[in-house]
Design a protein around this ligand. Structure first.
Ligand code: B12
Ligand code: SF4
Ligand code: SF4
Length: 310
């Protein structure tokens, strides 16, 4: 069968490029997700992440984003680091220890599309990671790669949740994986209990506008509100609390990707080092790090906040 042969070629190439998991789903409108997304936006849970209001129709329908789309290929890439930050230092989310995943994954997606063209033929395909209007966690679940936990993250039963998600949407018809219908959170509420800002609500809803990750990365040119004083637990960039406490992350294995090897400064910089860091050095050291998203001024603001109110 030609579909399954093409599917095997793609999954094989994804593995060769270093992706840890690959699942495929039929490109179709996400009706239930559309309802959830609409409610989330109506309640203002995106805070000032205005980009989440854009392209609603494309976000819920991959055939509008990539005309003629037949399949959504979802890829997971493990970023769990082997090294730990010094405990006293301002905390940084693990996804930001190494090189910027946008750059790393974009290159891999380009190579995957190239390999499809070489081995299968001229197809229309576009790769996305993070910044496009694609509901990545939903596609991962639809492609059988795991369930969406109470903490909102996609959890893979074998490997936990410290994965990036990328998608490749193509007009190629393929063999589809079964949707992941199980949910292994059970009666556990560790993430809900541990979230210091009460951003985790019932029914897998995350109030983005209350998340430390939002305040420390997405909130541009604004002060962190007083209501958050004393709640950041020394997190300076992003937050991993709801994943660190998750029992399924006991199975996380360190990534073997050199690109995600932690920058020494990330592991070692003390509060003092961050305070003394000039804008020029920041730009040089973190030129290829996800941390540059907050800019030097954002990092300084976050640092001041945790210093004054931790
Ligand atoms: C906006 C955004 C944020 C915002 C808002 C968070 C949020 N929950 O939406 C902020 C800045 C707070 C944030 C934080 C983080 N993020 Co973020 N974020 C995104 C982004 C760009 C869009 C997410 C989105 O569409 N939100 C809208 C809401 C409504 O969607 P949702 O929460 O995904 O929920 C949908 C599904 O889960 C589904 N769903 C959930 N339960 C159920 C149940 C049923 C029955 C059904 C049908 C559907 C369903 O319904 C929703 C609508 O489709 C994605 C990239 C992307 N393009 O998808 C990354 C992404 C979700 N983030 C990611 C990461 C790593 C993080 C952080 C861990 C980073 C950190 N360490 O600081 C935290 C985790 C916070 C958390 N607990 O969710 C990863 C997640 C990887 C994973 N394993 O799941 C993504 C996929 C980026 C990537 N490409 O790897 N993020
Ligand atoms: S990342 Fe931190 S602040 Fe955001 S939901 Fe998880 S525990 Fe709460
Ligand atoms: S901490 Fe517990 S409830 Fe939260 S996502 Fe993990 S298993 Fe699910």
């Amino acid at each position: 069968m030609i579909f399954s042969k093409h599917t095997d070629i793609i999954k094989d190439n994804a593995r060769k490029l270093g992706f840890d998991f690959c699942g495929i789903s039929k490109a179709q409108v996400l009706n239930e997700d559309a309802r959830r997304l609409e409610q989330w936006l109506n309640k203002g849970m995106h805070g000032n992440m205005q980009y989440m209001e854009n392209y609603f129709d494309l976000r819920i329908d991959p055939t509008k984003l990539v005309p003629g789309a037949k399949s959504v290929i979802t890829l997971l890439l493990n970023y769990f680091p082997s090294d730990k930050q010094n405990e006293e230092n301002p905390k940084i989310a693990k996804y930001a220890y190494g090189n910027d995943y946008h750059e790393v994954i974009r290159e891999k997606l380009k190579q995957l599309i190239q390999s499809i063209k070489e081995n299968i033929g001229e197809v229309n395909g576009r790769g996305f990671v993070d910044s496009a209007p694609v509901l990545e966690r939903s596609w991962a679940q639809k492609s059988g790669l795991g369930w969406i936990g109470k903490n909102g993250n996609l959890i893979n039963k074998q490997s936990g949740s410290f994965f990036f998600i990328a998608t490749l949407i193509t007009d190629l018809e393929l063999t589809y994986d079964n949707e992941y219908t199980k949910d292994y959170c059970g009666t556990c509420t560790k993430c809900i209990d541990a979230c210091p800002t009460d951003a985790i609500l019932p029914d897998h809803v995350i109030d983005g506008s209350k998340c430390i990750s939002y305040f420390t990365i997405e909130l541009k040119d604004a002060l962190i509100p007083d209501s958050m004083k004393g709640k950041f637990d020394n997190w300076m960039f992003g937050c991993d609390i709801c994943q660190d406490v998750c029992p399924w992350n006991r199975f996380s294995k360190p990534t073997n990707k050199i690109a995600f090897k932690p920058l020494p400064e990330i592991l070692q910089f003390s509060k003092n080092d961050w305070e003394e860091l000039s804008e020029e050095s920041f730009k040089k050291i973190f030129a290829h790090s996800p941390i540059k998203r907050s800019k030097w001024s954002g990092i300084k603001r976050n640092l001041q906040f945790i210093k004054n109110y931790s």
